[in-house]
Design a protein around this ligand. Structure first.
Ligand SMILES: [Cu+2]
Length: 178
């Protein structure tokens, strides 16, 4: 976990909120511009199904298929794609989803099996940070809660100023053999 919540970091680091490094390596932050189109391809080379869930957005499910299948044989039309906030990707299958960065915020995209999150199957979309900064004021309750839990109310993922990320913990890294 970052020492400072990514939302706090976005709102207290000024222009550096646009640098993914401030959110910390382990948050796997991906900066999305305001209204930018995002496409995510999920390849499940594992023997388990993984239900991927996105916060803050409903994505279009554009393609699903088997990793062994001819990629031109699409299982879902891109003409009328379904919109979901979760898609289960079975073993040896893939899915391609799309969403538009029209909801400024810090949005987790993760496998909904919580122990897989702890193993690293999660990333963070930092959507439209300038819009987020311009339109968000954290309530006092938020700050009080952080105070009570000993969580800093400003700074980067290490609780420091700017891009000082010295001694930042790294990982998890991709498994070998895939
Ligand atoms: Cu999983």
């Amino acid at each position: 976990m970052p020492l400072v919540p990514s939302l706090t970091t976005a709102l207290t680091t000024g222009y550096q909120a646009y640098y993914s490094d401030v959110y910390g390596f382990k948050s796997y932050p991906i900066i999305v511009d305001n209204l930018e189109g995002v496409e995510v391809a999920i390849f499940n080379k594992d023997v388990n199904s993984h239900p991927f869930h996105m916060h803050g957005n409903n994505f279009f499910v554009c393609v699903r298929g088997s990793l062994d299948q001819d990629p031109t044989k699409r299982l879902i039309s891109t003409e009328y794609p379904i919109r979901r906030d979760t898609i289960t990707v079975p073993p040896k299958e893939y899915a391609v989803i799309r969403f538009r960065g029209d909801n400024p915020g810090i949005w987790l995209f993760h496998c909904h099996m919580e122990f897989h999150v702890e193993q690293g199957l999660a990333l963070t979309f930092v959507v439209a940070p300038y819009m987020l900064i311009a339109n968000t004021t954290l309530p006092e309750q938020y700050k009080r809660n952080c105070d009570l839990m000993g969580i800093p109310n400003s700074g980067n993922a290490m609780g420091r100023v700017g891009l000082d990320m010295a001694d930042e913990p790294r990982g998890p890294f991709p498994l070998s053999g895939f």
